[in-house]
Design a protein around this ligand. Structure first.
Ligand code: AHR
Length: 496
């Protein structure tokens, strides 16, 4: 079957800049994200540069990762940065209580993380330990990383081999302080936020650190209300965490990453669309206290969370990644872009081998997931100007429920190129999209598509190219009308 959608691209209306930081990622000391996924150590037989895997470095370079969050997550509020500096063989080990109860040898620490960011042109986003740390420890870490002076912490950094301070533009004050970060009430956290933040100093004249407060768990609007009221003037960003669970519940099974029927596929996308309501309602509260939208809504953990791959450590959160995840990623990125005036930063969880990962590794092997390909196809939107869109989509109906089948976003970059990204969630029907260009001119259209035989299709270490972008010739441009034959279960990016 087939159906029709209409879109108007309002190139005649102003739009905000789409912050490149919406395309941020998250790397926690969790499972095989850091160790094996990014860091194998300089003595590994796996080809590496100073300990970082070469294959992963190259894949991340292509992706143009704008900013990267580290060291957690729940891990951040148990992390003591001094254990992760100095000669590696002398660093003390620690117990990773949240993630599999494994022993962490601290071989990947501040220098290893910040050097990685520098090598790849990524802006670091560091989460301070508020839950089990001290104000002094947090203050000294910021000095260690960013001070150009001849001060005690800067000199300790120099003694460890790094002369110049690093640029660390984003600092988070604790993670999930309502939960694993300390089980705090919003009022208690707001006070702690202000206390810690007071001692996050700008040591470097050329660096104004952006401070991000711990935000709500999903629909906890009271958290946002209290934080904005008590500390909104003291922050640049307020976080939000929302994960998409296929089952919709943290109790019992969440659902398999690769084996699901159409009802579960539909439920997953319906659950992911909750992000729209969350952004709208948290933004409305922020608007009350910050009508000029100076404080960013920072969605610094998002993505699909399924059951782990059978036979793997449940504490490692290792899951496969299908075409479903690609469509889910496209929908969320479109939502962030639609709210680009408030959502200026986001971090998918996580970068390698954990949750909705870009990259999976198995010893010396590596594969790129369908989600990686969406981030790669969508990088054309980074830093471009949003073109407002008006969409009328056919419904995708399963049983008694429906969601819009089509999701869309468009932007114009500095060179004047227009990019339109589209997804069709319906796995059974192609959609003819008629798109009117208002105040835009294009002479030709080219495109790329990501699709596969089934929504459960995924890449494996033996067959890593099952879900990959291909050239798309289903778009035609005639005057001010762009017509797109959008295949079932696909993500498309067009350039005009
Ligand atoms: O991303 C995995 C975990 O999910 C993070 O450590 C925590 O912040 C969240 O609960």
């Amino acid at each position: 079957s087939s159906s029709n959608a209409t879109i108007v691209l309002r190139g005649d209306q102003p739009g905000p800049v789409i912050s490149k930081n919406i395309y941020g990622q998250f790397s926690e000391h969790l499972g095989r994200c850091i160790y094996e996924g990014i860091w194998v150590g300089p003595d590994s037989p796996i080809p590496n540069t100073k300990g970082y895997r070469n294959d992963v470095l190259a894949a991340l370079k292509t992706l143009q990762v704008p900013q990267l969050r580290w060291p957690g997550g729940c891990f951040a509020d148990e992390y003591h940065w001094r254990d992760g500096i100095g000669p590696r063989e002398k660093r003390p080990s620690m117990y990773n209580s949240h993630w599999g109860g494994v022993v962490e040898n601290n071989h990947f620490g501040t220098h290893e993380f910040l050097d990685l960011c520098e090598m790849l042109g990524i802006e670091p986003y560091i989460c301070l330990n508020v839950g089990s740390g001290t104000v002094q420890e947090a203050m000294e870490w910021v000095e260690y990383m960013t001070s150009p002076a001849s001060s005690p912490m800067a000199n300790l950094r120099r003694a460890n081999g790094r002369e110049q301070p690093w640029k660390v533009p984003y600092i988070a004050v604790g993670n999930e302080s309502w939960g694993c970060g300390g089980s705090m009430t919003p009022a208690f956290y707001a006070d702690n936020y202000k206390r810690y933040n007071t001692f996050v100093k700008n040591y470097d004249r050329d660096l104004r650190i952006q401070r991000i407060a711990c935000g709500a768990n999903g629909d906890n609007y009271e958290w946002t209300e209290t934080l904005m009221k008590e500390a909104g003037r003291n922050m640049h960003g307020l976080a939000l965490h929302y994960y998409t669970l296929p089952s919709g519940s943290w109790r019992g099974k969440k659902g398999s990453a690769t084996q699901f029927d159409e009802a579960e596929y539909f439920a997953t996308l319906r659950n992911t669309l909750k992000m729209e309501e969350l952004i709208a309602k948290h933004s409305a509260i922020m608007d009350k206290y910050d009508p000029e939208k100076k404080v960013a809504l920072v969605v610094d953990e998002w993505g699909i969370w399924t059951d782990v791959e059978p036979g793997t450590n449940p504490g490692f959160l290792y899951q496969q990644n299908t075409l479903r995840d690609a469509i889910l990623a496209a929908i969320n990125l479109h939502l962030f872009q639609a709210h680009a005036d408030r959502v200026t930063m986001a971090n998918i969880a996580q970068m390698v081998n954990v949750l909705q990962a870009m990259i999976l590794t198995d010893k010396e092997k590596m594969l790129l997931t369908p989600t990686y390909h969406v981030f790669e196809m969508f990088k054309v939107h980074q830093g471009a100007t949003l073109i407002p869109v008006v969409l009328a989509s056919p419904d995708y109906v399963v049983g008694k429920e429906k969601i819009p089948a089509v999701s869309v976003s468009a932007s114009r970059n500095a060179a004047g190129k227009v990019h339109v990204s589209l997804s069709n969630a319906n796995p059974n029907a192609a959609i003819t999209v008629t798109c009117k260009l208002a105040g835009l001119t294009g002479s030709a259209v080219t495109g790329r598509i990501l699709t596969a035989p089934a929504v459960t299709s995924h890449n494996t270490f033996d067959a890593p190219h099952t879900v990959e972008p291909a050239a798309f010739d289903g778009a035609k441009l005639a005057g001010d009308t762009l017509t797109v034959a959008l295949p079932a279960k696909s993500v498309v990016v067009l350039e005009l």
